[in-house]
Design a protein around this ligand. Structure first.
Ligand code: GLN
Length: 487
């Protein structure tokens, strides 16, 4: 057998190798475990590697394959962001608070992927409790961008995006509250997709801002993204916001043609703070869409400008409530400093949470406190509705919107840690989709000074098929997704 080259291997390519018995699930899994050993000392995308579990699952997958009772993901090695519960495997949220927490149950997505026969290689690093845009807020380690180890991978799903970019797994799952799947996908040159709010159950996802959180795939190409979403979408009674709809096969109907497709290009996403190289790459990508037959129309979404402000009221407010459960009593870190109950509580939260998480809790507590609630929280709720309606109206005229994913390519490690507002501005183009509750995807559309650029598409609620169609057609017409990090 020739040596197995797993660099940039897609789910579909791995499936062919497994089905044609060119490689066993065990050999494939071992190849990824070896790859993790060789690049992890540079990339640091894994919080934990579950080699024993992976090899055991690979044996089971091989049995299923030989008996012909397997699905599309059987035997495919993957990673999960470490804020998704894995029964018996630590789920740390990259926080000291949960560093030794071993969940007694699986998240819905973990269950779904396990049932499908996918193989868990380990858990991906993130900004603590998914708060951040560079993965530097992880209390456990800093992940490095595989394209340039001096740069951040983006965040908060920096571990998952870097792991896919460095071929340490075939795919990973991220969570996206304000851009945490798409922004790191953009900075790492991979495909990151946030589904419609409610399409994927949040059961077992450690909550950050529950009205915005969504889980989605991080993959090497658009077909893989559609395959993974088809496996993890679906109704789940344990998440009250889970939508009860029939899930289509998202990989059907992907064609490399956009004849008659209406693409809106909102001017507000090409303004303030955008790097001129990023703007050029995205504008060139939009020309490609036009060559594919799409009607390109400039449009305006004036209230998008307020999405970031709305987000930094709503998300911290919900986080301050969600994170109140970490009191050192039931689970997680508990300070052993003796004293009153209040001292123990204070010490636990003082030592267990990092600075960004504390900042969010304080922002949220402030916005919700009596006297400020109406001025901040209620006002943000009202603007939230305006933004949602504005998008809804836009999708009466357009199939998708196209814009950059992030204003810049990957920045230096340490470059923005001293200035939270600069860090927050990284999500200026991704947050609106969370506020509107709509699906969005980032695909690679250029390379500037050796670093990838992301093109983002947004579609109306539950219009994932349109989103995939636009992204797939673009991908088929270009070569960017084939260019891999040189690691
Ligand atoms: N970077 C944003 C934040 O820090 C978004 C995070 C996310 O989507 N989880 O809040």
């Amino acid at each position: 057998m020739p040596t197995l080259d797993i660099k940039g291997l897609t789910i579909n390519a791995a499936r062919r190798l497994l089905d044609e018995k060119e490689v066993s699930a065990l050999e494939l899994t071992q190849a990824y475990l070896d790859r993790i050993v060789s690049v992890e000392e540079d990339v640091h995308s894994f919080v934990s590697v579950t080699a024993d579990i992976a090899l055991e699952q690979a044996n089971i997958a091989d049995r299923m394959i030989s008996e012909g009772v397997h699905g599309h993901l059987t035997g495919i090695p993957m990673q999960l962001k470490d804020n998704m519960s894995t029964k018996g495997v630590p789920t740390t949220c990259s926080s000291k608070m949960l560093e030794h927490f071993i969940p007694p149950y699986d998240a819905y997505v973990t269950e779904k992927l396990k049932d499908a026969g996918a193989i868990l290689l380990g858990k991906g690093n993130l900004d603590e409790f998914a708060m951040g845009s560079s993965t530097e807020n992880s209390a456990l380690k800093v992940t490095h961008n595989p394209w340039d180890l001096e740069k951040v991978p983006g965040g908060s799903s920096g571990g998952p995006a870097a792991a896919v970019a460095a071929s340490e797994c075939v795919f990973s799952l991220g969570s996206d509250t304000g851009g945490s799947i798409r922004q790191p996908a953009s900075l790492c040159g991979v495909v990151g997709m946030k589904p419609t709010y409610g399409l994927v159950s949040r059961f077992g996802l450690v909550a950050f801002a529950s009205s915005l959180d969504q889980i989605g795939p991080i993959t090497s190409d658009v077909e893989d993204s559609a395959v993974v979403l088809s496996h993890i979408a679906g109704h789940d009674q344990r998440d009250s916001t889970s939508l009860n709809i029939d899930v289509p096969d998202y990989s059907e109907g992907l064609v490399a043609d956009l004849t008659g497709f209406k693409v809106g290009v909102p001017v507000e996403y090409f303004s303030e703070g955008i790097d001129s190289g990023v703007e050029n790459s995205v504008r060139n990508a939009i020309k490609v869409l036009s060559d594919l037959g799409a009607d390109i129309v400039e449009t305006s979404l004036p209230h998008s400008a307020y999405a970031l402000a709305v987000y930094y009221i709503i998300a911290p407010s919900e986080a301050s409530a969600n994170l109140s459960r970490y009191d050192g009593v039931k689970y997680g870190y508990s300070s052993d400093v003796a004293g009153s109950m209040w001292d123990a509580l204070e010490n636990t939260r003082q030592n267990g949470f990092g600075p960004e998480v504390k900042r969010r809790i304080m922002l949220g507590t402030y916005a919700l406190s009596s006297g400020y609630y109406d001025a901040y929280y209620v006002k943000a709720q009202k603007v939230w509705t305006i933004i949602r309606n504005e998008f809804k109206e836009a999708f009466e005229s357009f199939d998708v919107l196209a814009m950059p994913t992030a204003p810049t390519t990957a920045f230096d490690i340490g470059g923005k840690t001293g200035d939270p507002v600069q860090m927050y501005l990284n999500d200026i183009f991704t947050i609106p989709a969370n506020i509107a509750g709509i699906p969005a995807i980032s695909v690679s559309c250029g390379i500037l000074d050796g670093l990838p650029v992301g093109l983002q598409f947004m579609a109306g609620a539950l219009q994932e098929k349109k989103l995939f169609r636009a992204a797939y057609a673009y991908q088929q017409a270009t070569n960017w997704h084939h260019i891999k990090a040189n690691i």
